[in-house]
Design a protein around this ligand. Structure first.
Ligand code: ADP
Ligand code: MG
Length: 626
């Protein structure tokens, strides 16, 4: 007899559960997604012991007929796909038909559901994947799934669970993100007696951000509004136009996080982690923020379902774009434009250091939950509520979260009630027109220019200011193909490594465009005969190697645009006036007026601040005059 056997469904479900159900928050994710797919407008999530003891998600969605309620636990049973063609245009969050059977195979699960059209619904109970009962259910329309004793029959998995607080923090972060993606729906997350998230329906994402994070955070964020871009698809049988939309919030460059945990991306309403989008985001902040720092971002990308393949991973957290480069450049370009338009000014005292981010998303929010001490909940209190009562929401007002960003030394304003209306429209970012009438007073250490302005005192780093001016000038000249170059009396010979030689061949034409005149000179050697104007002979060698390094990139092939920006930044840095250099009055005046004319006068191409401002108000305050 052969050795190969087809696994029973019970075993297959347990294997699938390994991928789908990693921890309590994965259960919450699948259940929330099902409720959203069912058209629910109110979602209530009850958790006990970090989800170990109980996860219950109740919704007021479409509910299920009795037969469907049973069928839902069959492997690959779904109402969301019928044909393989449907896989190309998935508009629902679920589609694999794996979640319910997987969760049921590793827990004790009770599903109670009634469709609004029927007088009775069904209550179905499973333990470790075995059906225990299927009764009539007379309760309210909608669906409630209660998952108890997760992994009770998979001790190995249970051992990997972290503390209740950590698991709860994951759950809270997840519920928060889905609440941000669906401002018009009510979300209530309760752990024991505590409401961790309690948001009523609002019209806009802005209001939801306010409900979740409070007014101070909202003030520090830049609203992308809704930006749309069309893509003409020529490879289709009939040429078509596809529309991509991007909206959400991003932080100004001075909000600097040490890791990516404050970055949230949704593609067609689905929370995902995607390297391409992540790269587009960092590229947008390139030169505005130091390289090892990350912003806060809440991005919603919407496109035709055909443009994105969501069937990449069982947990559905990864996607693949059909036109990846277009998506990348659209996201990067849109964010960058908004960042440059917002032009942040640094104030004195210096902007805060990068804020450490916890190992979890929305660090401060979830961290607080992790640190919070919860009263142990007596067993009896869990099933105490009558199931019929569950979908009825009594949304309580809870305090707004603490403010997350604190880079102004001004005392924090009290945050108004979470569910109050937005108190005011966000102010437009401070205009930097004030830079144009700065009067230089002198230098400190021959390095920093002190200037008096309409609204206070300014200190300007002369090197980075000049770097910014040259950076924009070089980019302009490159775009117009008229760079200034200097011919060298003697060519400089540079020896390259094998990989540098490959990169050199790739970017030779770009080097020329940037003002270099170079050619191969024997094996692995190049001769540089001309270089961009302003770069001292001693710096030319370093500059070429720096550019080759930029071209090598890391994550994905560096785009031409990135390469050009990188080259311009390096050239500007090498050609800019240095610190420890005395400048006369006319030079300082020239520098400040040129700086005022740049598009982004507040940070150098490498992300360092250029100017610090001590506002008149701060001066008055420091002298106790106000
Ligand atoms: P999928 O979501 O991939 O279809 P699931 O195993 O998560 O697979 O769910 C199976 C089916 O059960 C769904 O296709 C849907 O028809 C039904 N279902 C699950 N949860 C709900 C709910 N909360 N409300 C209504 N129907 C639901
Ligand atoms: Mg599902």
């Amino acid at each position: 007899m052969g050795k190969i056997r087809v696994l029973s469904d019970t075993v297959a479900n347990k294997i699938a559960a390994g991928e789908v159900v990693e921890r309590p928050s994965s259960v919450v994710k699948e259940l929330i997604e099902n409720s959203l797919d069912a058209g629910a407008t109110q979602l209530r999530i009850d958790i006990d012991s970090g989800g170990r003891r109980l996860i219950r998600v109740a919704d007021d969605g479409c509910g299920m007929l009795r037969d469907d309620a049973l069928l839902a636990f069959e492997r690959h049973a779904t109402s969301k796909l019928s044909d393989v063609k449907d896989l190309l245009s998935i508009a629902t969050l679920g589609f694999r038909g794996e979640a319910l059977p997987s969760i049921a195979s590793v827990s004790r699960l009770l599903l109670e559901t009634r469709s609004a059209d029927e007088t009775t619904g069904a209550a179905v109970e499973f333990a470790g994947g075995k059906l225990l009962r299927c009764d009539e259910f007379p309760g309210p329309a909608g669906t409630t799934v209660s998952v108890r004793d997760l992994f009770f029959n998979v001790p190995a998995r249970k051992k990997f669970l972290r503390s209740d607080q950590t698991e709860l923090a994951h759950i809270a972060s997840l519920a928060t993100h889905y609440s941000l993606a669906h401002p018009k729906k009510a979300f209530l997350l309760r752990h024991g007696g505590n409401d961790l998230l309690d948001v009523t329906p609002v019209e806009t994402l802005r209001e939801r951000v306010y409900q979740v994070f409070g007014s101070q955070t909202l003030d520090e964020l830049i609203d992308l509004d809704m930006v749309e871009r069309e893509l003409a698809v020529v490879d289709a049988a009939e040429p078509e136009t596809r529309v991509f939309g991007l909206r959400g919030f991003i932080s100004a460059p001075q909000v600097q996080k040490l890791n990516r945990n404050s970055i949230f991306m949704f593609v067609n309403g689905r929370l995902i982690r995607d390297r391409l989008l992540m790269h587009a985001l960092s590229a947008a902040y390139h030169n505005l923020m130091p390289p090892a720092c990350f912003p806060f971002a809440l991005l919603f990308l919407d496109c035709d379902c055909e443009e994105v393949d969501v069937n990449v991973h069982p947990s559905k957290t990864e996607v693949r774009f059909r036109h990846g480069t277009f998506v990348h450049d659209f996201v990067r370009g849109t964010i960058r434009e908004r960042l440059i338009a917002a032009r942040p000014a640094s104030s004195l005292p210096v902007p805060s250091q990068p804020q450490p981010a916890a190992a979890l998303p929305y660090s401060d929010f979830t961290q607080r939950i992790e640190n919070q001490q919860f009263e142990p909940v007596p067993d009896a209190s869990i099933p105490a509520e009558r199931i019929e009562d569950l979908p009825v929401f009594h949304l309580k007002t809870s305090a707004a979260p603490e403010q997350r960003f604190d880079f102004e030394s001004v005392a924090p304003q009290p945050v108004p009630d979470t569910h109050g209306p937005l108190p005011y429209a966000a102010e437009t970012p401070q205009s930097l027109a004030i830079l144009s009438d700065l009067r230089p007073l002198g230098q400190i250490h021959d390095s920093f220019i002190i200037a008096a302005g309409r609204d206070g005192l300014w200190i300007i780093d002369q090197h980075v200011a000049h770097e910014r001016i040259l950076f924009e000038k070089v980019l302009r000249q490159q775009a117009e193909n008229r760079v200034e170059r200097q011919h060298l009396l003697m060519p400089i010979l540079l020896e390259l490594t094998a990989s540098q030689q490959i990169e050199y061949a790739h970017i030779a034409s770009e080097l020329e465009r940037a003002g270099f005149d170079s050619e191969p000179f024997g094996n692995r050697t190049i001769a540089v005969k001309a270089a961009p104007a302003g770069v001292g002979p001693a710096d030319i060698e370093k500059l070429v190697f720096e550019i080759l390094e930029i071209a090598e990139g890391e994550l994905r092939k560096v785009s031409v645009d990135d390469l050009r920006r990188g080259m311009a930044a390096s050239i500007a840095c090498r050609a800019a006036i240095k610190i420890n250099m005395r400048l006369d009055q006319s030079k300082m005046e020239w520098l400040l007026s040129e700086l005022a004319a740049t598009k982004c006068p507040m940070s150098c191409p490498h992300g360092r601040p250029i100017a610090l401002r001590y506002s008149t108000r701060d001066i008055l305050k420091s002298f106790h005059r106000i």
